[in-house]
Design a protein around this ligand. Structure first.
Ligand code: ADP
Ligand code: MG
Length: 312
């Protein structure tokens, strides 16, 4: 595909991330349905040479072929955005699914674990790529029953630009990452463990009893110098939960929200890892699997490939 913005017809808004939106579009010359992700924030400060470098690096995604990885159609610059076109998944992401239907059956959670481990193993073994952003919103489903991962860190320059703005700091981050250690495939395994608990319990494991008001799973933007201090968006009458949370984060900057984020990061580093609870509610194999993903010492934690052999 030679992708150009003019050839892409917007069909539906699929979601908002930090500094970008994802839309269902039709590539009119070929009648192909795609998901178009337009990212703004990562490029605000990026020089033209960096932008081109990012585009070049994204091309690696053309060579990623796995039933567990979202297919890539192409990427292009459409000032001021960088647009990435990928396979459209008609059932959306797992966070959307569990927020709609509640906790996900543990047998289905084990299929999710399998798909993510297969995807991570493929990315690492074939392309030496570490995902870096495993979380329920980056695990997508379609009505054929396929489960695939998206938004992995193919581009070193893109990772750098994101790091520059703090966007992407997330509570799915492993203790060693929070402490600034090297990222390895094992950090993705931690994030998988947190995500699996979230799906099986139907709530983010670090939240308190009230899931709706204490959802710190996704505070990107709050810590970002790029967005901090901006007034809440006023031009939207229908404010999504995420937007409300973001505005609240901004209005409380330096206060409650920011403090609870830092406390949470400290909690991840200092306290025992979360578990599938209450004990006995889930099969032993599920408990054991999650425990092994959430070993705090990365040296003791196993790789995605090793974990593919586990009974769960
Ligand atoms: P985040 O992953 O942090 O939620 P993104 O900008 O990556 O932010 O994605 C926003 C939302 O768009 C996701 O939560 C997901 O529900 C939806 N989405 C992303 N990619 C696709 C896709 N390829 N097909 C269908 N929905 C998608
Ligand atoms: Mg995403």
């Amino acid at each position: 595909y030679d992708l150009r913005n003019e050839d892409l017809k917007d069909l539906q808004e699929l979601g908002q991330g930090n500094g970008g939106s994802v839309k269902k579009v039709e590539h009119t010359p070929t009648n192909t349905i795609m998901a178009k992700k337009a990212s703004l924030i990562v490029l605000i400060d990026a020089k033209p040479s960096i932008r081109k470098q990012i585009l070049r690096e994204l091309h690696i995604m053309h060579d990623c072929h796995s039933p567990y990885i979202i297919s890539f159609y192409g990427a292009f610059l459409s000032d001021p955005n960088i647009c990435i076109c990928m396979e459209y998944m008609d059932k959306g992401s797992l966070d959307g699914i569990y927020k709609k239907i509640g906790a996900i059956d543990i047998d289905v959670v084990s299929k999710v674990a399998l798909a993510v481990l297969e995807g991570l193993t493929y990315l690492y073994d074939v392309h030496r790529i570490i995902h870096r952003d495993i979380k329920p919103s980056n695990i997508l489903c379609n009505s054929q029953g396929q489960i695939k991962i998206c938004d992995f860190g193919v581009s070193g320059e893109l990772i750098n630009s994101i790091a520059d703005t703090f966007v992407g700091t997330s509570t799915y981050m492993s203790p060693e990452r929070i402490q600034g250690a090297q990222y390895t495939v094992k950090s993705d395994v931690w994030s998988l463990g947190i995500s699996l608990i979230e799906l099986a319990l139907g709530r983010f494991p670090f939240a308190d009893s009230e899931p709706d008001d204490s959802d710190l799973s996704d505070f990107e933007g709050t810590l970002s110098p790029g967005t901090m201090g901006l007034p809440p968006k006023k031009d939207q009458d229908k404010t999504s939960k995420k937007d409300r949370r973001k505005s609240r984060g901004v209005s409380l900057q330096g206060g409650g929200m920011m403090m609870s984020i830092l406390e949470l990061l400290q909690h991840i580093v200092n306290e025992p890892a979360p578990r599938l609870t209450p004990e006995g509610r889930f099969p032993q194999a599920a408990e054991d699997f999650v425990d092994s993903c959430l070993l705090k010492d990365p040296d003791a934690r196993r790789t995605p490939k090793d974990l593919l052999a586990s009974p769960f």
